[in-house]
Design a protein around this ligand. Structure first.
Ligand code: BGC
Ligand code: ZN
Length: 370
């Protein structure tokens, strides 16, 4: 079958012929891949800056943001049958007996760092015609979500971040919304970055009732102000509005959702985080060296304003289920906005184009099958 193989030692990647996987144990599901999203992590992997093939193998099959259709199931499988749509989780447990997180199927909180990730670290990914996966790593997706369900995995980033936000903010029982109101009602959120992770995070914040501002540069040819307005967020252009002005404009910022990975931007915005606020970091900076930031005012405020910084990566199975529920609601409320997050689709043979970094727009998708 066709697959996208990355050969780090030879520093090349291309569409290769890879043996079609077969169901071999109870609980396994065989899936036909429909679509796979392309993200910054994939671009790093094809620049050989990140990622590893499975142990003892020369190449890694790329791809971790997937939508697939079940073609075959073994006896033990419950809740999935041929024809169903499913989204796989990415990370697999480390297998170290003492890792309580992995033992509780929360490998997204793995302690040892020896976890694997499909399409990223030590395990083949989803840019292939077929995959085999255990049912415990799959979430069923309603048919109605078919056009946009490839966005489930990037949405899990926001879902996991916000779940942690709410568990931290139970410390503020007086700021809980009125019964019947979304729980962020009356709170103010700033999203950094207008890429897919930022925009999906902004949709989640709007759904939760936050007054939501997206602070971002406006890439040529994009209509981020229009996109933000279409689902009830406000766009603040980073070219003309300074960070202190952003702080004045918003008022007490309860939460910042960082989705750029630019450390100097993130830590300068931390200076305008509000009292009792939380700063959620999702973007991973390259270790290339950024501008220095004066951290004394940041540390002062963290203490004097009871602030919290939450770093968050990867997501567990329940978080994927939550993402499917919320994406269904986004798509019901804002069908055009959600659909227009996907700005280009490429056949698997043209995989190099979206990975080259020259394709404008928000999210590029590889179409493996229809
Ligand atoms: C993926 C996560 C993964 C992380 C680090 C991200 O692009 O969405 O699932 O844990 O990269 O490898
Ligand atoms: Zn990704």
């Amino acid at each position: 079958m066709k697959a996208v193989g990355v050969f780090p030692v030879e520093r090349r990647y291309e569409v290769i012929d890879h043996p079609e996987p077969k169901i071999s144990a109870s609980g396994q599901v065989k899936l036909r891949m429909l679509e796979v999203g392309v993200c910054g992590t994939d671009k790093e992997i094809v620049s050989f800056e990140y990622g590893n093939p499975p142990e003892g193998e020369h190449y890694l099959i790329l791809g971790h943001e997937a939508l697939a259709e079940v073609v075959d199931v073994t006896d033990g499988v419950k809740g999935l049958k041929p024809g169903d749509l499913a989204v796989p989780t990415v990370r697999r447990p480390c297998g170290v007996a003492s890792c309580v997180a992995c033992n509780h199927s929360r490998q997204d909180f793995c302690y040892t760092g020896h976890f694997t990730e499909r399409g990223i670290n030590g395990r083949h990914g989803f840019m292939a015609e077929y995959i085999v996966e255990n049912d415990v790593n799959l979430n069923a997706v309603p048919r109605a979500l078919r056009p946009v369900a490839v966005l489930v995995e990037p949405l899990t980033i926001a879902e996991k971040g916000m779940a942690q936000y709410w568990s931290v903010q139970t410390r503020l029982p007086f700021s809980i919304a009125e019964p019947g109101q979304p729980r962020g009602t009356g709170q103010r959120a700033v999203v950094l970055g207008g890429g897919p992770v930022g925009l999906l995070g902004a949709m989640k914040l709007v759904l939760e009732g936050f007054d939501t501002y997206i602070y971002s540069l406006s890439p040529k040819g994009s209509d981020l102000p229009g996109m933000a307005a279409s689902f009830g967020a406000k766009f603040v252009p980073a070219e003309t509005v300074t960070i202190p002005q952003l702080g004045e404009m918003v008022g007490n910022i309860d939460v910042v959702y960082e989705a750029t990975g630019v450390s100097s931007l993130a830590y300068n915005v931390m200076k305008v985080l509000g009292s009792n606020g939380a700063f959620i970091l999702t973007g991973v900076p390259a270790l290339h060296g950024h501008k220095p930031v004066d951290i004394d005012p940041i540390m002062r405020d963290q203490v004097l304003k009871n602030q919290v910084v939450i770093g968050t990566v990867n997501a567990g199975k329940q978080t994927f289920a939550d993402a499917i529920t919320d994406l269904t609601e986004f798509y019901r409320r804002w069908p055009k906005s959600v659909a227009s997050l996907i700005t280009s689709r490429f056949p698997i043979d043209n995989v190099k184009e979206p990975l080259s970094g020259t394709v404008p727009g928000i999210k590029s998708i590889i179409t493996v099958a229809n």
